[in-house]
Design a protein around this ligand. Structure first.
Ligand code: AMP
Length: 283
C-alpha cells in the first residue's frame, strides 16, 4: 500500500493510473477503522482496479462542543488493517494540507435540502463540513466511484444530492450497515459507551425495527409510532435526539402513500451520540 500525505504527490501518482485507464474507487473515512469500513473497501475492490482510502478527521464538520480533539486517531493500526485488506493507496493529509487558508475562510459546498433536519438540526453546519470535504476529496482523487455506508443514511442522501446537483461524474455506491453480534451498528464512537450502558444501547435499533414492522403491516400513524419508540428508548435511560419516519430519498417527513420509507433515530448515552436507521419498501 502506498501512503500519500500531500495532494500534489498523490495527484501525480493517480494521473499515471488514470492514463492507463484504471478505474479508481474511493472510500472516505475519518480513521479508527473497524470491519464496517473494511467492508466498504472490499466493495470498492470488487468493481475498481485501484482502491483509495482516505483518513482525515475533518474539523469543518465538528461543532465547537463536539469531539474533534478526542476523536480516536489510530493511524498505525489503521495502516495495518488497510494493508491486510489489500488497499492500494492511503491518502492521509494533515489539516494544513486540506485547509491551507484555515477553516474560517474556506470556500464551502452547501446542499440546501436535507441538511437542517435530523442530525443537521442537532449539529448545525455539520453537513456543510461534510459536503465541503467530500467535494475536495472528489476533486483530489477524481474517482470513478465512491462508497459510503448506509449507517450514516443522511450523509449518503446528502452526498447523492450534491453529486446530482453539481453534475459530478462519480458513481455513489452504498454499503450495508455492519453490526456487532447484538445489533449495535459499528462506529468509532462506540468506544465512548460505558460498560454499564452497553447492554442497553441496542434499544435504538430495536425501536426502529419495531416501527419498520408496524409500517410494513400497514400502520401509518407515524407520529404515534415515533412517540412509542421514543418512550421505549427513554425507558432504558437514554435521551432521544430524534426518531423520525422519512421519505427515503428526500428525507422529508413520510406521507401515507410513500413507498420507500426510512426510519431514522439518534439518541444520547452518557458520553456518546448514537445513530441508526432502517428502511422499508412497500411492494
Ligand atoms: P467514518 O469514518 O465513521 O466517518 O465513516 C466512514 C465511512 O464508513 C462512511 O461512509 C460511513 O457511513 C461508513 N461506516 C461507518 N460505520 C459503518 C458501519 N457500521 N457499517 C458500514 N459502514 C460504516
Amino acid at each position: 500500500m502506498k501512503i500519500f500525505h500531500t495532494i500534489n504527490g498523490f495527484r501525480n501518482n493517480l494521473s499515471v493510473d488514470r492514463c492507463q485507464g484504471l478505474r479508481i474507487g474511493l472510500v472516505p473515512t475519518m480513521g479508527n477503522l473497524h470491519d464496517g469500513h473494511l467492508a466498504l473497501l472490499e466493495q470498492s475492490k470488487q468493481t475498481n482496479d485501484i482502491t483509495v482510502c482516505s483518513i482525515f478527521v475533518n474539523a469543518l464538520q465538528f461543532n465547537l462542543n463536539e469531539d474533534w480533539d478526542k476523536y480516536p486517531r489510530t493511524y498505525d493500526t489503521d495502516c495495518e488493517k488497510l494493508r491486510n485488506a489489500g488497499c492500494d493507496y492511503l491518502f492521509h493529509p494533515d489539516d494544513t494540507e486540506m485547509y491551507p487558508n484555515g477553516l474560517d475562510t474556506q470556500s464551502r459546498v452547501i446542499c440546501p435540502t436535507m441538511t437542517d433536519v435530523l442530525c443537521g438540526a442537532t449539529r448545525p453546519g455539520h453537513f456543510e463540513g461534510v459536503t465541503t470535504v467530500v467535494s475536495k476529496l472528489f476533486n483530489i482523487v477524481q474517482p470513478d466511484e465512491a462508497i459510503f455506508g448506509i449507517k450514516d443514511y443522511q450523509q449518503l442522501a446528502v452526498i447523492r444530492r450534491m453529486v446530482e446537483d453539481l453534475c459530478l461524474p462519480i458513481k455513489i455506491s452504498e454499503a450495508p450497515v455492519y453490526r456487532e453480534s447484538d445489533g449495535l451498528a459499528m462506529s468509532s464512537r462506540n468506544r465512548y459507551i460505558s460498560e454499564n450502558e452497553r447492554p442497553r444501547v441496542t434499544i435504538l435499533k430495536e425501536s426502529l425495527d419495531w416501527i419498520a414492522t408496524q409500517i410494513t403491516s400497514g400502520n401509518r400513524n407515524f407520529s404515534e409510532l415515533e412517540f412509542e419508540a421514543k418512550r421505549r428508548i427513554e425507558k432504558e435511560g437514554f435521551s432521544v435526539d430524534y426518531v423520525t419516519c422519512s421519505q427515503s430519498k428526500t428525507l422529508e417527513l413520510a406521507a401515507n402513500d410513500d413507498i420507500e420509507i426510512t426510519v431514522l433515530g439518534a439518541m444520547f448515552t452518557e458520553s456518546a451520540r448514537l445513530i441508526d436507521n432502517v428502511s422499508v419498501r412497500m411492494i
